[in-house]
Design a protein around this ligand. Structure first.
Ligand code: FA5
Length: 348
């Protein structure tokens, strides 16, 4: 019996319905609709049952259906859930893993430089009783020298009657007497203390949170020569073989004598001139990075070490400052280091 166009259209409609509802993967779709005995070919075979004058229109309907099937199968190929497979050769999406922050890189490098010459890396609290950053360092209560450290004080209901108020440590020197206590007041001491510090300061060369590294050496017969030798060693290791250091007289309550420490400029190699003109990075050939000196006898006493038997030196420098003086690292504003701006940080 000859088929009718209506019957064929009904069959195509139910096949389209099955196609839309199908959640099968690519292989199953191809098998069900496009294979030799699949729906498309089965319907095509019905063409022969139609009267010749109906075949042209029926053929167009069937071709449209085939294209719809092919479109659905092509879509399924790009959908991993329907494709049933994954192309592991496709380039992946690069994860934004990034890298270690420049200040952390500097801390690792500084640690290694000092560990190689026998220093031991330690860490002490960033929130500490004022005894450690002040009183134990020969700065009695209410001494005006404390003002220089512009310290954040913690609202602490448990104020210690001997150790005083709690503060955010404004310098790593709070580690000096803590290290003497850790070693039960028994030299030799060779400490490198790297920590965050906090001060009420914010401008292009200061941040409220910054990092310092503090060296402390105490033993019999320690002199300024040991201090200068250590500073020179650090300069060469960190800035390169041509780097030089110099110490200038200064005043700290916890060292006597005290010095400010400068490193030669890495742009003009300490000459102060580039191509006959004044070096625009340093203007003088030198950059100041922090303080140093011979440990004051009162500090040794606060750590229960006999200043008649032992002497020591200490230094404390800013990591951000020390790092940004490296060759090619002209940083107009050190606050950029903590801006979280990836365009800036990705350069390091
Ligand atoms: C001190 O903090 C002394 N404790 C250093 C010291 C240690 C002297 C041991 C003697 C013996 P000063 O306040 O100068 O010193 O700070 C040292 C360095 O820390 C500065 O030269 C600077 O490089 C860095 N620094 C200080 N304040 C800030 C700040 N707000 N932001 C960034 N870096 C800072």
């Amino acid at each position: 019996m000859a088929g009718t166009l209506d019957q064929l259209q009904e069959k195509i409609a139910s096949a389209k319905n099955a196609l839309q509802k199908s959640a099968s993967n690519v292989a199953e779709l191809e098998k069900q609709f496009l294979a030799k005995h699949g729906t498309v070919n089965t319907l095509m075979a019905e063409l022969k049952t139609l009267a010749p004058e109906l075949r042209k229109e029926a053929g167009q309907l069937l071709n449209a259906f085939r294209q719809e099937v092919e479109h659905v199968v092509a879509g399924a190929k790009t959908s991993p859930a329907r494709a049933g497979w994954t192309d592991f050769t496709m380039p992946g999406i690069k994860p934004n893993t990034d890298h270690v922050h420049p200040v952390s890189q500097a801390m690792d490098e500084i640690t290694r430089i000092f560990e190689r010459i026998g220093f031991i890396r330690v860490r002490y609290p960033e929130v500490d009783w004022e005894w450690y950053p002040f009183d134990s360092l020969n700065m009695p209560k209410d001494h005006p020298a404390r003002d220089e450290w512009e310290t954040f004080v913690i609202d602490d209901p448990f104020r210690h009657f001997k150790l005083g108020k709690m503060v955010l440590t404004p310098h790593t020197s709070n580690g000096q007497v803590r290290e003497m206590e850790r070693l039960k007041s028994t030299p030799p001491i060779r400490m490198i203390n790297i920590a965050r510090c906090y001060r009420r300061q914010a401008d292009v060369t200061h941040t409220e949170m910054f990092h310092q590294f503090e060296g402390l050496v105490v033993d019999k017969g320690i002199t300024i020569q040991h201090l200068k030798g250590t500073i020179d060693h650090f300069a060469r290791e960190f800035y390169g073989p041509k780097a030089k250091s110099r110490i200038r007289p200064f005043h700290f309550m916890f060292t006597e004598p005290s010095f400010e420490v400068d490193f030669s400029c890495t742009i003009c190699d300490g000459t102060g001139r580039v191509n006959g003109e004044k070096c625009r990075f340093c203007k003088s050939g030198w950059h100041e990075v922090g303080g140093a000196g011979m440990v004051h006898p009162n500090v040794l006493k606060a750590g229960n070490i006999d200043p008649e038997k032992y002497t020591g030196f200490a230094f404390g420098w800013g990591i951000e400052r020390t790092y940004t003086l490296r060759k090619g690292l002209k940083l107009d504003d050190i606050r950029l280091l903590y801006s979280g701006d990836m365009r800036f940080l990705e350069q390091f």
